[in-house]
Write a protein that binds this ligand. Sequence first.
Ligand SMILES: Cc1cc2nc3c(=O)[nH]c(=O)nc-3n(C[C@H](O)[C@H](O)[C@H](O)COP(=O)(O)OP(=O)(O)OC[C@H]3O[C@@H](n4cnc5c(N)ncnc54)[C@H](O)[C@@H]3O)c2cc1C
Length: 500
Amino acid sequence: MGLLLKRGNPEWTVTIVEKGAAFKRRVGESTSEVGGCYLTRVLRLSKHLSQEHIVKHGLRLWFQKEGNDCLSHCGEIGPFFQARLPTYQLDRATLDQYVLDTAEVEGCEVVRPARPTEISLGGEGKNRVVVKTAAGEEKVYQSKWVIDATGKAAVIGRQRGTLKPLTDHLTKSLWARFRGVKDLDGAELAMKHPEFAASCSVSRSSATNHLTGRGWWCWLIPLKNGDVSAGVTYDPRYFQLERRGNLSETLLAHLREHPIGKWMFEEAEVIPKDTLTYTQLAYENLEVAGDGWACVGDAAGFMDPLYSHGIDFIGHTVMTAQAFVAKALRGEDVRDDWQNYQSGYAESYRRWFEALYEDKYAYLGDADLMRAAFLLDIGAYFIGPVDFVYRNTELEFARMPYHGPIGGVIAKLMRFYNRRLVRLADLRQSVGLYGANNLDNRYLLKPGFSPGAAALKPFAKGLWAWWKCELQGVRHRFLPRQKGGVGASATGATELSSTL
Ligand SMILES: Cc1cc2nc3c(=O)[nH]c(=O)nc-3n(C[C@H](O)[C@H](O)[C@H](O)COP(=O)(O)OP(=O)(O)OC[C@H]3O[C@@H](n4cnc5c(N)ncnc54)[C@H](O)[C@@H]3O)c2cc1C
């Protein structure tokens, strides 16, 4: 945000305080199309992205069923051709360093490594921030506006006591980076399974690959230097992760339980000191702006990493806050603007969560239900947000997704089908048919998603896929219930005892 403010108004003084002496790798490595638009059209980073990162080719889901040991039988959902809009697999340490360097070159003052020891929010023009550098030097700033972009550290939210875990969404995550991961597009696999290799035109390994099961999914993200970022995210209501050795060993063992992971990670080694876990991913900041201050990115809240929307959030929150801070610094009254950000953010957060993520982990491991969700969720994303940000970048980023009455109707429709898919998953689970079609089904989308009206076709296919599941559900209602019923896992995971 500092970079954008300075770029538009070189005469203003912008100070960026960063606590780390150097950036470590961090999650937020896969971009969606809206995130890609923010990086390329707003921050103008295309050249850096194509030189230092990997061009991503879509999201690819892999399904499994107990007893199957062969990767080529795993159900697959993903694109057949290359992606049409720029998206990337990012090395966040490299990207964040580049953005900070660019901000400095363009005139921002960067104070690093340093952190604020006191933030007194006294209203616009009356804020006092005391910053202490690692060398022990203290600097005092009387700043017109203070922007909290400290991510999960959310210094303002914690100071004000406004951070709240999202108790409707108890997902946890464990991740690491690996070297020596085998190539899904390589000769070894192509020779072993030529029909698998020939079945798809686009590179599978440059996709964000997700391994799925009931209550969990794992991301596999390739990084530019050949390492692979991999992590598991799970909802403990449906799945418990068995502790096997230390955290890295636990993750590796879990990855290897899926035939795709078993093959890819057969010889993989974890990169030391790069394993992390969060026991409560989703949280909300109940106050994201006030007189003379605002929170952006993860300092404003976080929901779920399934669809890689972290940079979408950054784009919308940064552009919204940037617009009213710039107005204020030009002398305009922005009370309504930051109040609108505050109320718009809360509304958007709730709608976004209910439309896409609420209870979704119930059906992540069922290929039929996820195929419907994939087409509907991503179709809706391309019809709306992706199209909007490419048509009118400034305006669209400067308001929150699902805003206004139309946004409300769309969120309700999405919430409705999401809830139905959850119910159908429970029903399938109770009659022992959860994941029944997970094997030997390759659903490769042609020609793929394009923004605007062109995405109506995959969306309509999604409706059809959902209604087919509903029709099957009518039949499932008359089948005898299985022992274990809802809550038991299709992968046998509930038998696992020791958990993280
Ligand atoms: C498991 C998981 C997987 C994810 N996967 C994806 C994905 O694939 N794609 C995606 O788009 N998003 C993903 N996200 C979300 C993404 O990581 C975040 O949305 C994004 O990194 C937030 O960026 P940020 O700049 O707001 O915060 P951060 O990236 O956390 O940056 C905050 C910065 O503030 C600095 N800082 C912190 N405290 C202080 C302090 N007191 N003083 C000074 N500086 C401070 C930090 O050093 C850091 O540089 C994922 C999140 C999780 C948890």
